[in-house]
Design a protein around this ligand. Structure first.
Ligand SMILES: Nc1nc2c(ncn2[C@@H]2O[C@H](COP(=O)(O)OP(=O)(O)OP(=O)(O)O)[C@@H](O)[C@H]2O)c(=O)[nH]1
Ligand SMILES: [Mg+2]
Length: 239
């Protein structure tokens, strides 16, 4: 099936080239990689253009402002759907998500599911190099989202997912306002509520080695209030 990989970037100059080449090695020749850059001050956008000139499976979407992961992915998903993607894959560009896991996610959806989710919290999955605080925040976030939303998913904040295009067509992208981690929770919640099947694939999540984290208190707090807000909207029939 025709795959588009969406790769959001903000100041990922050192990671982008190695990531795009690594993806080129694991994807088939029909696949495309779409870099979504929010005018990174470190020149990631220019590096992406240079890669697109060199490699014909690469496209670049430049956005004017940094608005968070959510809006960047939404713009990328729309471009992928318009470009004829049958499967859309989302992942970080900092090597926390291992490009070597990409074929497993794709194969899982091709075989018989609607969303394949790279999961740290199923047997065989885990995190590497994370401190106690980071591990606790991630675990607590997963429990919180699962409990409040009744999600049958162990790792609802995972940002390593492969969707069948029908999922993105059905979940009404225009209504998604989440920007940070909440975006990952909201997309999987909408998919589950729409009746799609989600399969969790164990992955090892490694801390980034190059570049800086964009995780912030605002992003965590957004997830804290968006989760009950999502539940409320669902109860009122206004998701
Ligand atoms: N286009 C775009 N990409 C973003 C934005 N924020 C983060 N990203 C990218 O999204 C991916 C995940 O962001 P990270 O900075 O790794 O955030 P994180 O994974 O929550 O934090 P760490 O685990 O500490 O790295 C990376 O590829 C980032 O470059 C944004 O506002 N716009
Ligand atoms: Mg990261």
């Amino acid at each position: 099936m025709r795959v588009w990989v969406c790769l959001p970037t903000y100041n990922e100059r050192e990671n982008l080239g190695p990531m795009v080449w690594a993806l080129g090695n694991v994807l088939d020749e029909e696949a495309r990689v779409l870099v979504i850059d929010d005018s990174s001050p470190d020149g990631t956008g220019e590096a992406a253009e240079a890669l697109a000139r060199e490699l014909d499976f690469v496209d670049v979407l430049h956005r004017e402002r940094k608005e968070g992961l959510g809006p960047a992915y939404l713009a990328g998903f729309r471009q992928a759907l318009a470009g004829g993607a049958e499967l859309v894959l989302e992942m970080d560009c900092d090597f926390s998500h291992d490009p070597a896991d990409v074929p497993r996610l794709i194969a899982t959806v091709e075989k018989d599911t609607d969303v394949a989710l790279g999961s740290r919290y199923v047997p065989g999955g885990g995190t590497r190099d994370w401190g106690v605080v980071r591990r606790a925040v991630s675990r607590a976030g997963a429990l919180y989202a699962r409990a409040l939303l009744g999600l049958p998913v162990q790792d609802p904040t995972s940002g390593f997912k492969c969707y069948r295009r029908e999922v993105l067509e059905r979940i009404d992208l225009d209504r998604i306002a989440s920007r940070g981690y909440a975006f990952q929770i909201e997309t999987v919640y909408r998919a589950v509520r729409a009746g799609f099947r989600v399969a969790e694939i164990p992955i090892t999540f490694s801390d980034r080695e190059l570049g800086g984290s964009k995780m912030s208190r605002t992003i965590v707090l957004e997830a804290v209030w968006r989760v009950p807000a999502l539940r409320l909207r669902a109860l009122l029939g206004r998701l």
